[in-house]
Design a protein around this ligand. Sequence first.
Ligand code: ZN
Length: 135
Amino acid sequence: MSEAQEKMTRPIPAPAVSIETKPFWDAAAQGRFLIGRCQDCAKAYWYPRAICPHCFSGRTVLEESPGEGVIYTYSVMHRSPSGPYAIGYVTLNEGPAVLTNFVDVAPDGLAIGMKVKVRFQATEGGPPVPVFAPV
Ligand SMILES: [Zn+2]
């Protein structure tokens, strides 16, 4: 199989889990993707955190997202010990941009504006992390 057709995956290290991010990772372990939502300005945001990045309110909640969006930009790394991989930003339908890995797609199979959806990839010794694949 040539590199152009091989679907990309790569090992992802376990994320650091803190008291602030534990609810997000607990949901991820159940296959649920959570984003932040401010109760004062009503804006959604990523990554989840206690303080709203738009208005600095502390009245925030985590809400479940379908994890659907489009590729804003991406970059394919061809030289890697584990084979080619791609990272980039996804603009979620709710608005926020997510820095992520793209999986289950060939290196030449990505395009800006392509529809993608979240899935979770196992890590070694930690919770699964959100990654995105074309729908
Ligand atoms: Zn806010």
